[in-house]
Ligand binder design. Structure first.
Ligand code: MN3
Length: 197
């Protein structure tokens, strides 16, 4: 299976002023595209290893598979869970679950922002549905794949790699995270939650 870079559902400048056009162009067209290419490469190299029955580099390609594959999926979700004229708060079943789990939307968002700001190095913060506990979790990820928990479905993700914010916010990751809620497409997040319930 060949993986492809998904088109954005909005213009490159649609996330202004919170995320600038140049950042979105580079982030989507260069960074995300590189993860898609890396994912395809890892899959083809593992297929070649099976054909040749030569697993001398299997550790390397399995690592590449996880890094680039997770990068591709997280970025795909990131573009979908943002949009122009968004923000506000969720409602319905998702809001109810957030309230039950975190003690209210404001407490949820406070933890989400703090967790994102605290990611060491490059990574992500996400809201996920946990299929074992039937509740929600806020998780942090280093790189695209480290520190993950199994049996979860990411619902909302925020990229906190420097390439997501450095052109506009420089080293001030907290300011980028502070602006992020104004871009959240809660309709998309709620649809994802409905699908996985
Ligand atoms: Mn990124």
């Amino acid at each position: 299976m060949t993986h492809e870079l998904p088109a954005l559902l909005y213009d490159y400048n649609a996330l202004e002023p919170h995320i600038d056009e140049q950042t979105v162009r580079l982030h989507h067209g260069k960074h995300h595209a590189a993860y898609v290419a890396g994912y395809n490469k890892a899959e083809s190299m593992l297929a070649e290893a099976r054909n040749k029955n030569d697993y001398s580099l299997v550790k390397h390609w399995e690592r590449e598979l996880a890094f680039h594959g997770a990068g591709h999926y997280l970025h795909s979700l990131y573009w979908e869970n943002m949009g122009p004229n968004c923000g506000g708060q969720p409602d319905g079943a998702l809001l109810k679950s957030i309230e039950e789990r975190f003690g209210g939307y404001d407490r949820f968002m406070a933890q989400f922002k703090a967790a994102g700001a605290a990611v060491e190095g490059s990574g992500w913060v996400l809201l996920a549905a946990n299929h074992r506990t039937k509740t929600l979790d806020i998780l942090t990820v280093e790189k695209h794949q480290d520190l993950t928990l199994w049996f979860v479905t990411p619902l909302l993700v925020c990229d906190v790699w420097e390439h997501a914010y450095y052109l506009k916010y420089q080293n001030n990751r907290a300011a980028y995270i502070e602006a992020f809620p104004q871009l959240i497409n809660w309709k998309d997040v709620m649809q994802r939650y409905e699908k996985c319930r």
